[in-house]
Design a protein around this ligand. Structure first.
Ligand SMILES: *Cc1c(COP(=O)(O)O)cnc(C)c1O
Length: 366
């Protein structure tokens, strides 16, 4: 008998062997500002009615495989155009996976500007599809000429555009995106994960561009634990992706909870407005910290750079002070020296700023 390591080296695809599992750091006991979650739990006043809904579920039965009621609610809440359909995923991560899986012909290419949301590349690799990343311009905008050249050279099966972009926080120029929609022989997914904070959308362009797909998620606005991603586009395209969807991907607790939450829209919209206001206060405060360069954001996070090659040191100092943010320095390129902080409650943001000031105040750390 060969040993298991030899067997795996022989059997697992080399590109999968080279991948690393998506790392989620342990946040126990820390103020968690690393993953763009909402800092607000559901109000206690909503919980009895919500739990009543859950009590009525028969979890011995499979969920509705097509989540008909939830889709009807979403159609209304998101103002989905009548000619478009909705496909649901276990988070938008799963939708990205369905799209790439369906398009994974041997010569297929997934294209995106970089840096961007890492799952586009991670999923492409996992599906055995080549990923081409086109560097963003220095101001984090799309490099229109380079993107168009890459489209001509690689004829990508799909382009992913994070709108606004994670981790840079900006909205790309809509006209440059339209140029890509027009030039691309393949599909273009506009990932609007931060729509609740950005208030900008390509939804009304669905009628004009048959190759456009708009993606949303409930994760960034208080429902990350439910895992619900929403893809909107031409019924024919979604019909193909639906064939690679696992039959019961949206569980019954999520279906009932999301339906309930959508009926409480004012609560969640109010929280998003508060976070947007806090984001602006936090941005202004960040810019005043010595040695920190911060960028404006249309999301619920802020990207900033610390000078002097101290990103890892500052990140560790914050953690020692009980605050977890994301260190992006390792990605290199335009992200060298960069950290990303999710906007929290006013108290959490104050604690973060105090710790950052301490870490950047010239005091030796560690
Ligand atoms: C967070 C994020 C997602 C993931 O959303 P889920 O619905 O939680 O899987 C997708 N796209 C972008 C750009 C994100 O930042």
């Amino acid at each position: 008998m060969a040993n298991i390591d030899d067997i795996l080296r022989r059997l697992i695809r080399p590109e999968v062997q080279a991948l690393k599992s998506y790392h989620v750091p342990d946040a126990r006991g820390l103020i968690k500002l690393d993953a763009m979650e909402s800092p607000y739990p559901w109000p206690e006043s909503l919980k009895p009615a919500w739990l009543e809904r859950l009590r009525a579920l028969d979890v011995n039965r499979y969920p509705d495989p097509s989540a008909r009621q939830l889709k009807a609610r979403l159609r209304e809440a998101l103002a989905v155009p009548a000619a478009a359909d909705i496909l649901l995923g276990n988070g938008s991560d799963e939708l990205i996976q369905m799209i790439v899986m369906a398009l994974a012909r041997p010569d297929a290419v997934v294209l995106a500007p970089v840096p961007t949301f890492v799952m586009y590349e991670q999923i492409a690799i996992a599906c055995g599809v080549r990923f081409v990343g086109v560097p963003l311009a220095a101001d984090f905008g799309l490099d229109r000429a380079a993107m168009l050249a890459a489209v001509a050279a690689h004829r990508p099966a799909v382009i992913f555009l994070s709108y606004p972009n994670n981790p840079t926080g900006n909205l790309f120029d809509a006209r440059a995106m339209e140029a890509l929609l027009e030039a691309s022989p393949g599909l273009v997914v506009v990932d609007e994960a931060y729509h609740a904070f950005a208030r900008a959308s390509f939804m009304d362009r669905l009628a004009r561009y048959p190759n456009l797909l708009v993606m949303r998620t409930l994760s960034k606005q208080g429902l990350a634990g439910l895992r619900l991603g929403i893809l909107i586009g031409a019924p024919a395209a979604l019909g193909e992706f639906d064939k690679v969807r696992l039959p019961y991907n949206i569980n019954s607790l999520t279906q009932a909870s999301a339906e309930f939450a959508l009926a409480q829209d004012e609560t969640f919209a109010g929280q998003c407005r508060e976070i947007t206001g806090e984001r602006e206060r936090l941005y202004e405060a960040l810019r005043q910290v010595p040695g920190v360069e911060a960028w404006p954001s249309r999301t619920n996070f802020l990207l900033f750079r610390v000078s002097g090659g101290r990103a890892a040191e500052v990140h560790a100092a914050l953690r020692d002070d009980g605050i977890l943010i994301k260190n992006l320095d390792g990605a290199g390129g335009v992200l060298r020296g960069c950290l990303r902080v999710t906007v929290g409650t006013p108290d959490e943001n104050r604690a973060f700023l105090a710790a950052l000031q301490k870490a950047c105040g010239g005091r030796a750390v560690g």
